[in-house]
Every structure is written in structure tokens, then in C-alpha cells.
Design a protein. Structure first.
Length: 289
């Protein structure tokens, strides 16, 4: 009976931690997927452009996900010892590494968005719309780099409902602003991207405010985050680089799969983007688990 009772307690605790993570992953993916669904009202070229542009976001976010997944290995162990100082140090490495990746992707979306889109499509209309979307949506990369690091840290210390709440806020704002910018102000793909940037910015500001106001264990000043020495950084990357490489190669394979579809024409690509959007909903549930 004790074993049965302990198992029930374990499963209840596991569900309390896991369900918010699964829901948060689902909501997080839905923020960008909302763009694809709502922009679909503007025609095949628009939905294809947004879907293909979000493939670049997909590649970016999985690299950053790899960085944070590796970091969570350390943070989970440190939290077991209630060693918040080292948790802050790991977070600092996460911030810098994620921001470096984000800045590289952001720079590419501003300097050569037409080149990026030409990898995925031969249709001039799709490339033109994709360039407009990429130049605006690129700003979210810089924001998400920090948001994911905070989310991972909160999960590692068992505070899983907080990221779920802030992502729900982002999704709600994105849906409302998408409707206003796309259907009321008729801003097209630029309006969709603008809505996502605003939603992601508010998500981060709310998340940071909660962490700071409530003085959660992951909160520290700048000195607390950025104090890692060479030995610590070397140990960090020895564990995380294989995780990053795994996520990058998987994302790259998926990206190349999308590149191949450009030879099938815009209509086929549009259909594939819609199907992929639905498929990704199931994938992120698995990632959350």
C-alpha cells in the first residue's frame, strides 16, 4: 500500500510539473502558427511566404533550445543543492550564447532576407512577401533569446506555471493584434509580423517583471549572471555542444526537406506549410513531455 501511495504521489507531482510545460510548448508554438493561419486569408503567396520565413525561425529556436536544454542539466543539479549562485552563472552563459545566435540570425534577416527566402522558393511574389515578413519578425529573435533562458531556468527549479502564463498572454495579444493589423488596418504580412514582435516583447517584459518583483530564485543582478570562469565555461560546453549539434542537425534536415518543395510550385508549398503547421502542434507536445 505504501508503494502504491508513493507512486500516486509521484505521478501527481509529475503531472503538476509536466502539464504546464506541455501546455506552454503548445502555446509557444501557437504564437508563430497563428501568423500562418490568419495570414492564410490573404492568399497562397502570403501563407507560403510566412510559412517559409518561419522555417528560419524554426532553425533558430531549435539551436537556442539546444543551448537551454544543455543548461537545464546543470541547473537541475544545482537546484537540488539549492545552489542559486551557480544557477545564475549558468543562466549568464545561456544569455550570452543565445543572444549571439539570435544576433547572427537577426543580422541575416536584415542584410540578406531575399537570399534566405530564395533558398525556399523560386516564386518572386513569395520571396517579396517573405522579405517583408522576415525583416520585421527578425526582431523577435533578440527577444526570444532571453525569454527561453528565463523559461528554462524556471522549469529547472519547478516553477513551470509561470512560463505557461506569460506565453498564454503572448498568444492572446498576438491573435488580437493580428486581427487588427491584418483585417482592420490591412497591413498584410508586415502587420502579422508586427503583432508577433509586440506579443513577444510583452511576454518577456511580463516574465521578467514576475521574476524581479517576486524575487524568484533565478533573479540576480548582472554580476551574479556574468561571473563564469574559463573552467566553468569549458565544462558547460562539453555537455551542451552535443545537445546543440543534435538539435541543429535535426532542424537542418527539416529545413532541407522544405527547400526541396520549392521545385513543386507555390500551391504545393502552401499546402505543405499548412500541413506542417498542424504536424508541429503534435511535435511540440512531445517536446514538452
Amino acid at each position: 500500500m505504501d508503494i502504491l501511495r508513493n507512486n500516486k504521489l509521484f505521478l501527481r507531482n509529475l503531472a503538476f510539473l509536466a502539464v504546464p510545460i506541455i501546455l506552454q510548448e503548445l502555446l509557444n508554438a501557437s504564437v508563430n502558427m497563428t501568423d500562418t493561419f490568419m495570414i492564410g486569408q490573404l492568399g497562397v503567396a502570403s501563407i507560403t511566404a510566412v510559412g517559409l520565413a518561419n522555417q528560419i525561425f524554426f532553425l533558430f529556436v531549435l539551436i537556442v533550445f539546444g543551448i537551454n536544454s544543455g543548461a537545464s542539466i546543470f541547473m537541475g543539479q544545482y537546484w537540488g543543492k539549492r545552489d542559486t549562485d551557480n544557477i545564475h552563472t549558468v543562466m549568464g552563459i545561456c544569455f550570452l550564447s543565445s543572444f549571439f545566435v539570435a544576433f547572427c540570425f537577426f543580422l541575416a534577416t536584415q542584410v540578406c532576407p531575399d537570399l534566405l527566402m530564395s533558398f525556399y522558393s523560386k516564386d518572386p511574389a513569395v520571396i517579396e512577401l517573405g522579405v517583408i515578413y522576415l525583416r520585421r519578425i527578425g526582431y523577435t529573435y533578440l527577444i526570444i533569446a532571453f525569454t527561453l533562458a528565463f523559461n528554462t531556468s524556471l522549469r529547472s527549479i519547478g516553477m513551470t506555471p509561470v512560463p505557461m502564463l506569460t506565453t498564454l498572454i503572448a498568444l492572446t495579444i498576438n491573435v488580437v493584434l493580428n486581427y487588427v493589423f491584418i483585417f482592420v488596418l490591412h497591413m498584410g504580412v508586415k502587420g502579422s509580423a508586427t503583432a508577433t514582435v509586440i506579443a513577444r516583447l510583452i511576454e518577456f517584459l511580463v516574465l521578467y517583471s514576475i521574476v524581479r518583483v517576486r524575487k524568484l530564485p533565478i533573479y540576480s543582478d548582472l554580476k551574479g549572471y556574468f561571473k563564469a570562469d574559463k573552467k566553468f565555461i569549458k565544462a558547460f560546453y562539453a555537455v551542451t555542444l552535443p545537445v546543440i549539434a543534435n538539435e541543429f542537425l535535426w532542424a537542418l534536415g527539416t529545413t532541407i526537406y522544405n527547400v526541396a518543395y520549392k521545385f513543386s510550385g507555390t500551391d504545393a508549398q502552401g499546402a505543405f506549410q499548412i500541413a506542417s503547421t498542424v504536424q508541429n502542434l503534435f511535435m511540440v507536445i512531445g517536446m514538452g513531455i
